[in-house]
Structures are given as C-alpha cells and as structure tokens.
Design a protein around this ligand. Structure first.
Ligand code: 6PG
Length: 247
C-alpha cells in the first residue's frame, strides 16, 4: 500500500485533482469495461460533486463509469438524509450517466436484506480478484469522531466482517445504516479520503500518523491491501500533519 497525502488550497482544487484522477483512470480502463466509483456522503464529498458536475460534465466519459455507494442511511431515496439523494441532486442529475450505471443502496428496504442484495450487486457488476470486488476508486469521508463510511468508533465489527456489506447503527441517532466493510474497502485499487475544515484536523493527524488513540478510529484501519490510499485535504484539515506526511 502506498499512502499519498495531498493538501489543497481549497475544495475546488481538491475536486479538480479528483476529476483528473478519474479521467486518468478512465483512460486506462479497457474498452468494454467500466470504471467503478463508490461515492460517500458528507459535506466535503458534496462540495466535490458540485464541482465535478460543473467542470467535468464533458471531460469525464461518464458512459464508462459505474456508480455505487460506500454507505447509506436507511431512509427512502427522496429523504434529505439519503446519500443517494445528495449525490443525485449535486452530481448525477447534471452529468450524462445512464440510470443503468447507477447502483443505489436501497435505504428503504429491510437493512439486513439490502446488505445481502447489495453484496450480490457488487459481485455482478465489479470485477475483482476472487470473492471480493475491487473498486477502481472508493471515496470515503472522515467524521469528526474518526468514523468512515458508516463504521463508528466503539464498534469495529462492521469493519472486520468477512462480508463486503453490513448493517451498522449510528451510535447517537441509532439510525440504521448500510455500509461497506473494511474487508471490501481494503480491496480497492484506490481509496480516497476527502476531508476539509479544521474540525477534521485532529482526527486526520491521529489517523495518518498513528498518533495516540488511533486504534479506536475505524478510518485508521483503511489500508488497501494491493492499492493506493489517497488523503485529499485542505490546509485546515491537514494543519497538524508533520512535514514528512505531506506531498
Ligand atoms: C455518511 C458518510 C460519512 C461522512 C462523514 C464525513 O453517511 O454520513 O458516509 O462517513 O463521509 O461523516 O462527513 P462530513 O464531511 O459532513 O463531516
């Protein structure tokens, strides 16, 4: 695994880098195959989606992209809390991608049944070495508490599961979630954490530099087995990182 930390002046520059990363990935995607992207929820991903919709509508070959989600709230798709709803409103409604290339986690379904169903969806639509699909690009946010996807401090079970998709529960709201497991996340060719704002700075340095307390943070266990780990940050989120952590 190679970890790369990139610190940008602002979210637009971060999003521009990610758009170019996707473009490059598509150029290396063989004819007839798709480039698989798992989207995350969160404020930074939302800002990135807005930028991609405005600036990469024409330059990314969306016809070669398949869209999935790394986690979802167990709410209907039209609910404002839905990660699908956020991505649709800010990105998917604004780029030329067919509905057939969008694989929504169905938050309205029974959670356990949906986790099972989505495992099948991944198996059927993403090539991978052996049993576990390998995403081309798996986006993650970082919660202020160090959670990622819907895996929260205090319960690493969904991260360590041998499955690829599990049901989780938000520790405060008790809202049920569907989430990728760490087992699946760590099979990705590239995992990209997107984090901006001073509120992330303390957890970013704890996770990236394995500082005291890292063991309690699910994000610290994201270590792609055969892939690359990208940390895409703004100055505020990366402010505590030591010089040798930065590119
Ligand atoms: C979710 C997200 C979650 C998010 C982080 C960061 O469903 O809430 O997947 O993991 O990425 O909480 O969110 P913010 O960038 O809004 O802090």
């Amino acid at each position: 695994m190679q970890t790369t930390v990139k610190i940008f002046n602002n979210t637009d520059e971060l999003a521009h880098f990610l758009g170019q990363f996707i473009q490059n990935g598509l150029q290396n995607t063989p004819e007839g195959q798709f480039y698989s992207i798992a989207l995350s929820g969160g404020s930074t991903p939302k800002a990135v989606f807005v930028y991609l919709a405005q600036h990469f509508k024409e330059t990314i070959h969306w016809s070669k992209v398949r869209i999935f989600w790394s986690d979802e709230r167990c709410v209907p798709p039209e609910n404002a809390e839905s990660n699908y709803h956020m991505a649709k409103e800010n990105l998917l409604n604004h780029v030329p991608i067919a509905t057939a290339q969008i694989f929504r986690m169905m938050g309205e379904n029974d959670p356990a049944a949906e986790a099972e169903r989505y495992e099948q969806v991944l198996q059927e639509n993403i090539p991978g070495s052996g049993a576990m699909p390998a995403f081309d690009l798996l986006m993650l946010g970082l919660g202020d508490d160090g959670h990622t996807a819907s895996i929260f401090p205090g319960n690493l079970a969904p991260f360590q599961s041998a499955k690829s998709v599990e049901v989780a529960i938000h520790p405060q709201t008790k809202q049920q979630r569907i989430t990728f497991t760490g087992t699946l996340i760590n099979q990705a060719h590239t995992v990209a954490f997107l984090a901006t704002g001073a509120g992330k700075a303390e957890k970013v340095v704890t996770v990236v530099e394995h500082q005291t307390g890292w063991e309690a943070l699910p994000a610290a266990y994201v270590r792609p087995v055969n892939g690359n780990l990208l940390w895409l940050l703004d100055e505020a989120a990366g402010q505590h990182l030591s010089h040798n952590s930065k590119v």
